[in-house]
Structure formats: structure tokens, C-alpha cells
Design a protein around this ligand. Sequence first.
Ligand SMILES: CC(C)(COP(=O)(O)OP(=O)(O)OC[C@H]1O[C@@H](n2cnc3c(N)ncnc32)[C@H](O)[C@@H]1OP(=O)(O)O)[C@@H](O)C(=O)NCCC(=O)NCCS
Length: 173
Amino acid sequence: MIREAKLEDAQAIQNLICFYSEDGKMLFRTLAEIEENIADFLVYEKSNEVIGICSLKFGWDRLVEIRSLGVDPRFHRQGIATKMIQDSVERALLNENCDTAFVLTYAVELFTKFGFQIVDKMELPQKVWNDCQACLHKDNCDETAMSLSLLPLKKLPLKNPPVLKDSGEVLYS
Ligand SMILES: CC(C)(COP(=O)(O)OP(=O)(O)OC[C@H]1O[C@@H](n2cnc3c(N)ncnc32)[C@H](O)[C@@H]1OP(=O)(O)O)[C@@H](O)C(=O)NCCC(=O)NCCS
């Protein structure tokens, strides 16, 4: 089940972030930072355990960033990240002040399935880079910037975000 995070989830969220930040797959965040921004986080809960996390940062020039997406390795390749991205896109579609979702990621294939396209990192607003100062790879960023325009999707029913078919076609159903 995906739900909005509560303050008492902060430690579980940080555990996953710490796990993935050790080798630079995710940006490290202190417990205090997570608690302060708990309203941005979604968690995937299974049997009362947080096994997936994701955060949605609104407020940059009509952009929303999907960040800190991570799934407990015991539960990889079970579609959990897919569900979290789907839920995030639906939340972004509901936000009137947001036209584009973007992500800096190593999981290009995963985001491509939702219609995200690779963009030049330099197209992202400068404010996005403030966070990068804390990243292990800040001087040699090897993440891929991807974005998804929400405008065409806002005209469609919310239930089904776009899906990339084997043919390479993005289907908006
Ligand atoms: C990337 C990550 C979030 C994927 O989580 P997940 O729940 O296992 O992903 P899903 O099961 O929804 O996978 C959906 C698709 O993504 C792609 N994918 C997922 N993990 C992949 C991997 N390790 N290598 C290549 N493709 C991968 C595949 O296309 C997969 O579809 P398939 O299983 O039908 O082949 C997870 O591996 C993770 O936590 N990684 C470390 C943190 C990270 O890199 N986060 C991304 C930063 S935005």
C-alpha cells in the first residue's frame, strides 16, 4: 500500500536513504531533514514495514521533482517502484501549479516506461543544483535528467498514466 509518510516513518525512510547513499545511488539526508520535509514523502508499506520510499518536491517553476525513489532490495523487481512512480505522477497531475515532472536518475528504463524523456541537465533550473552540493558525484554527475510534460495528461482521465508498449509507443489510456 502506498500512503503519505508520517513522522514516525522518518527513521525507516532514513534507513533506506542511508543504505543507498553509501554508494551514491541516493542523496544522503539527515533524520532532521527528513522529518522537516516529511510531507513530501510517500512510503510503500507492506506488513507494517516501510519497504519503498519516494519524495515529491513541488515548487520550482511549475516543476515537480521525483526524488529519493528507493525500494528495499528484498523486494526488487516486484513492481513497487513502478507503482510509486505511477502514484507520484497522479499526484503531480492533481497539482494545478505544476506542468512538468522531472527526475535525476540511474533508472532510465524505469522512467521511460512512463513517457519520461531524457533532457539536458542544464535545462533544469539552477535551484535544482543546490541539493547536488551534498552529493558524492557532484563534480562528475552521472545521473540522467528526464522529464515528463504533464500538460497533455491533464486533459485525460487520471486513472492510467502513460505506459510504454514493447513497440516503443507511449500509450495514454
Ligand atoms: C531503481 C529501483 C527503485 C527499482 O525498484 P523496483 O521496485 O525493483 O522496480 P520495478 O519492479 O518497478 O521495476 C520496473 C522496471 O524498471 C526496470 N528496472 C528496475 N530495476 C532495474 C535494474 N536494477 N536494472 C535495470 N532495470 C531495472 C525494469 O525495466 C523493470 O521492469 P521488469 O522488472 O519488468 O524488467 C530500485 O532498484 C532501487 O531502489 N534502486 C536503488 C536506488 C535508485 O537507484 N533509485 C533510483 C533513483 S531515481
